[in-house]
Design a protein around this ligand. Structure first.
Ligand SMILES: [Zn+2]
Length: 114
């Protein structure tokens, strides 16, 4: 927002009706004034929508390997499976590749996983 825009907002607040909620004031020129904490909350929520690769921990050998994937943000266990000779052999019950972490809402990018 430049100085001209800021003047417009102030002018707008003084002369025109506006919609006010607990966290935001919506002006009729399209601007929204938000509480700083609320704005940061929105920003964080938006960042969580950008898919991130899960963290991976693996144990075992090339013949039999166990892979466990965790949320990159809150470290919740998301998915675990066993790979036998390079092929998917076993998926733990209840374990699935969810698009979003159930705990923190982070979007997960599963593109490079087995
Ligand atoms: Zn999470």
């Amino acid at each position: 927002m430049n100085t001209k825009d800021a003047h417009k907002v102030i002018e707008n607040l003084q002369t025109r009706p506006y919609i006010c909620s607990e966290n935001t004031i919506e002006l009729d020129n399209g601007y929204v004034i938000a509480k700083k904490e609320y704005f940061q909350e929105l920003q964080e929520a938006r960042e969580r929508q950008i898919p991130k690769k899960p963290n991976k921990r693996q144990v075992g050998t090339n013949i039999l390997m166990s892979k466990i994937y965790y949320c990159p943000i809150c470290d919740k266990k998301l998915y675990d499976c066993a790979i036998k000779k390079g092929k998917l052999d076993y998926v733990s019950p209840g374990s699935k590749k969810s698009k979003f972490c159930e705990d923190c809402g982070q979007a997960i990018d599963w593109s490079e996983t087995v």
